[in-house]
Design a binder for this molecule. Sequence first.
Ligand code: CTP
Length: 402
Amino acid sequence: MLTGKRILLVIGGGIAAYKSLELIRRLAQRGAKVRAIVTKAGTEFVTPLSVASLSGDKVYQDLFSLTDEADMGHIQLSRDADLLVVAPATADLMAKMASGRADDLASTALLATDKPVLIAPAMNVRMWLHAATQRNLAQLKADGVTTIGPNDGDMACGEFGPGRMAEPAEILASVEAHFSRSQELKGLHALVTAGPTHEPIDPVRYIANRSSGKQGYAIAGALADLGATTTLVSGPTNLAAPRGVKFVKVETAHQMLAACESALPADVAVCAAAVADWRVDHAANQKIKKGAGGLPALNLVENPDILATLSSRASGRPRLVVGFAAETEKVIEHAKAKRAKKGCDWIVANDVSPETGVMGGDDNTVHIISASTTDTWPKLAKGEVAHRLAAKIAAHLKGARA
Ligand code: CTP
């Protein structure tokens, strides 16, 4: 059942919009509270009156309508939902979402939201297969958007192939799966580290690395999506905090360790940060001047190992500790040795050689290594790696709870 769940349905301008009426009916039957935005093009295919009759609420259409804004501003519209569903998601709506445009009520609400988004694409087969749409799709997936369909079939335009919107029953099942999944880590605390650390040399210079933080942020978001109370301890990045996580920003390895320890107890810790192995012993208090006494010598000392420290805690060790192994050669062999050395339960190994484009890129090919198994996943968007890993963590913790 979906009793009390608030769904904001965005109806785009495609022939499949008629199926969205059936979707509203089914969602309402399951107890969901549906509010709908119909785009201008959408009103060419369904009338706001029929949408309002089925949803039992007024239909939101115009970003600049005084009545709409007075009743329910576009920010409030997306805040007041548990899930946003875009059906049909046209090529144009997907392009707007992927590039962050906000030129009407639908795209503005989608940009303003911090809630999960599910899209059901529907378009002509050539439009679907076009490189631009596939690029937008990859971007949306990397942004954490879930997609359902499109299906293969005869299309209204007379062609055959992928592009038909998923049936209302399939979309409903996907919505229900979303909410049942959301409960899997409820009541549990997840701690995630992400990003690089910056180790100061003097007040203006520091030692850093190429980590973007994308994978760790995606994991924190995926764990929060499954209902975990999630703390993300992050080194400096350009990324926004994922929705629903407690965000703790740090600079150095020492600060990261302190933030992790004060976030304990945790049921699971995922250390995805690229922590600097060394810091400069006694960073200068003032900017080091060029030419004063020759070249400066950096006296490096070892940083604390956060993963090893969390793994070896005598009391309050998270039940599951997951590390990452960023390697450039003999990936599995090195990762296995790293898992044993650090004492974590699983290690997620990946090849970060420059030619893989993993560092800073959107995709990742990983191996999940435990004491007894090595599971190799295909090349996936970092968002998908995160969802799979979160699901694996949930299954493990549930097994351990039972
Ligand atoms: N890690 C950590 N604290 C550190 C160094 C690493 O928590 N000071 C964690 C990382 O978050 C990651 C794992 O240890 O989960 C492995 O990191 P990696 O950089 O691959 O390994 P290192 O221990 O630094 O070994 P090396 O650089 O020699 O490969």
